[in-house]
Design a protein around this ligand. Structure first.
Ligand SMILES: [Zn+2]
Length: 156
């Protein structure tokens, strides 16, 4: 996509279904990876007429999304998705990012793991473990619990 090369190794490691890693930067001093992912297929399904659509009008970026740590490194994702204009009905839409936790700068699987840690210990320990401010994680955690836990989630 856009002449960017996909890193298959990192795509396999990250395991975000349907998304590929196109950029990786390591901040060794702060033990952090910055990873950019894009959808593997540049096709969206129009929510209005339910037909496949490949006309991308512009790119949308969701930045600073925290994901599960890799080794000793925290992971911060940038997600680039297309904003489509349906060539069949003219409707404009951005396909949802399935792994993104609604209203949080975090992935659902990170919050799932955090929720597992929070139950036996507490928010402060989990926040420390993930390097997230305690109040921030607390807000995400409560929102996550209120949404109900997506099925199959706890075993990621
Ligand atoms: Zn349409």
């Amino acid at each position: 996509m856009n002449g960017e090369s996909v890193s298959q190794v990192w795509t396999d490691l990250l395991q975000l279904s349907g998304f590929a890693v196109v950029y990786l930067e390591q901040d060794a001093a702060h033990q952090r990876y910055f990873i950019t992912v894009v959808p593997e297929h540049a096709i969206g399904v129009c929510p209005q007429c339910h037909r496949a659509c490949d006309t991308i009008k512009q790119r949308r970026t969701r930045a600073r999304i925290l994901d599960l740590p890799i080794g000793s490194h925290a992971v911060e994702l940038t997600v680039r998705v297309g904003h489509f204009e349906c060539q069949h009905c003219g409707h404009c839409f951005t396909p949802p990012i399935p792994f993104l936790a609604e209203g949080s700068h975090a992935t659902e699987r990170l919050l799932g793991r955090a929720a597992e840690l929070i139950r036996p210990s507490d928010v402060a320990n989990a926040a420390c473990f993930f390097g997230i401010p305690e109040k921030t994680l607390e807000g995400w955690y409560y929102a996550f619990i209120e949404r109900g836990c997506p099925s199959g989630f706890w075993h990621l």
